[in-house]
Structure formats: structure tokens, C-alpha cells
Design a protein around this ligand. Structure first.
Ligand SMILES: Nc1ncnc2c1ncn2[C@@H]1O[C@H](COP(=O)(O)OP(=O)(O)OP(=O)(O)O)[C@@H](O)[C@H]1O
Ligand SMILES: [Mg+2]
Length: 239
């Protein structure tokens, strides 16, 4: 089943056309990647899906139903967004950041259950519940941002450049975590990444965004071996 369907999506910022008719599908249980250069429109796409930016035209279906308009209702419908640059609340504690991810959940018992599940999954956060989130390392902040995103128990998780600015070992841990969230957590994932090599190796299917339009799509492994992709996005000179 198509978990997410985006049809002919157009987004403009005043005179700047950021998305020009984007079409994509995300199958339930898949990891789908979007790769593209700086300014291609990747963040705009995720921000539009999560209701931060309004589309000029086009349609978005989540599990076959039109996406609600308001961001809080989009979260209720089962989509959570882990934004570019993590955007944790630096002056809040780790616990407060986690709780912020569950602001749409009224059942306090359920919120506590989920918080405890996050602490079990991310021991580094459990050790520091009262520490100010801004004092965490970049990798720890990324883990917190992902854990916060999971607090609404979304069916679909949007991840915007989760590996950006992290050391290689931490990047590896983040990619392993994404796979685990899908494999063990049963989530569907839409992943925007500048690390095209790792994203294509991980994903089931990928789209290449250039100047606000999808120019190529295919299985991750096929794009990895595509000479044009190797040259443009993987830094391969032999392509
Ligand atoms: N709030 C805004 N106002 C005006 N133009 C914007 C705004 N946000 C983004 N843009 C423009 O829209 C285009 C797409 O930007 P976007 O941030 O979506 O790209 P991106 O693919 O996420 O890039 P990056 O890899 O650098 O994160 C760019 O030309 C950018 O300058
Ligand atoms: Mg971006």
C-alpha cells in the first residue's frame, strides 16, 4: 500500500519556485530517500508535508486520505518530522524535549510509557534526563531529535539530513538507528540526506531532486551504480 502519495506539488516563496510539480510515493514499511544538491528543495518538500510551509498547488495523500492542513493534525494523522539541524530546544532538559514530541497525546500514562521506551532504547538520554539539551554533543542531539519525533508514535517518520555535521562513527550509528526504526519499530521512513552513498545503500527506493523537480528515481542499489549519479552525487571520477 502507498503510505504517502505526493502529486504535482508546487511550492513558491514569493518569486522563488522551490518545488515544481513533485510526484512521489512511499510504500508502507519502506525507507525512501531523497537526494539532491543544496537548494534543490529537499527541506521545502519535508516542511510542506509536515504543514510548516503551504503548497501553492498539488495533493498529498497519507494512507489514501488527504493530508490535514494544520501541523498538529498532521502529527495526529501519523506523520512526524525530525527537522534539518535537529532543532531540539536547547534550554529545555532532555525530558522536556521528549515530552514536547508528545504534545498531541492526551493520555499521560501513554506518554510516560513512550518516554520510558525511549529511555530504554537510548540509554545515553536516560542517564541525563535533567541535563539541558543544548549541552549534548551533536550526535546525542540527533538521537534526542529522533526520539522526540518517535514520541507521537508516527507511522511515517520524515528525517531531514540526520547525519549532517556528525563524525563518521556517529553517522554510522544514525544510519543503523534508521534501519532499526524501520525493521523493529515497523515505521515507514522518508529520508532526506546529503550523504547520498549511505542513503542509497540503506533505502529501498530513492528520488533525485534537482531545482525543485524529480529528475530520476529508482531502487537505491540501481541509483548507486548509475554513472550519472556516481559522478554528480558520489564524487566518483571514474563514471
Ligand atoms: N523561507 C524561504 N524564503 C525564501 N526562499 C526560500 C526559503 N526557504 C528556502 N528557500 C529557497 O528555496 C529553495 C529550496 O530550499 P531548500 O531549503 O528546500 O533546499 P534543500 O534542498 O533543503 O537545501 P540544503 O541541502 O542546503 O538543505 C532554495 O532556492 C532556497 O533559497
Ligand atoms: Mg535542506
Amino acid at each position: 500500500m502507498s503510505y504517502l502519495t505526493v502529486q504535482d506539488l508546487h511550492v513558491s516563496y514569493g518569486p522563488v519556485q522551490a518545488l515544481r510539480g513533485v510526484n512521489l510515493h512511499v510504500e508502507e514499511g519502506a525507507i525512501v530517500s531523497i537526494i539532491g544538491a543544496n537548494g534543490a528543495g529537499k527541506t521545502t518538500l519535508l516542511n510542506t508535508l509536515s504543514g510548516i510551509v503551504k503548497a501553492r498547488s498539488g495533493s498529498v495523500l497519507l494512507r489514501g486520505k488527504p493530508l490535514p492542513e494544520r501541523a498538529c493534525n498532521i502529527i495526529r494523522a501519523g506523520m512526524a518530522h525530525v527537522p534539518e539541524g535537529r532543532k531540539i530546544f536547547p534550554g529545555f532538559t532532555i525530558e522536556e524535549n521528549l515530552m514536547a514530541g508528545a504534545y498531541i497525546v492526551d493520555d499521560q500514562q501513554l506518554v510516560e510509557q513512550r518516554r520510558n521506551a525511549m529511555y530504554a532504547r537510548f540509554p545515553i538520554l536516560a542517564e541525563r534526563t535533567l541535563q539541558q539539551a543544548g549541552t549534548l554533543s551533536g550526535g546525542e542531539q540527533q538521537m534526542l531529535a529522533i526520539a522526540r519525533g518517535l514520541m507521537s508514535d508516527p507511522g511515517l517518520l520524515l528525517l531531514d539530513e540526520p547525519s549532517l555535521g556528525l563524525a563518521p562513527l556517529v553517522v554510522k550509528a544514525v544510519f543503523e538507528l534508521i534501519r532499526e526504526i524501520r525493521d523493529k519499530g515497523g515505521k515507514t521512513i522518508l529520508l532526506v540526506e546529503q550523504n547520498a552513498k549511505k542513503a542509497l545503500a540503506l533505502c529501498d527506493y530513492a528520488y533525485v531532486l534537482e531545482n525543485g523537480a524529480i529528475v530520476l528515481e529508482g531502487k537505491g542499489e540501481d541509483l548507486l551504480s548509475n554513472p550519472a549519479i556516481r559522478k554528480a552525487y558520489l564524487g566518483a571520477e571514474d563514471a
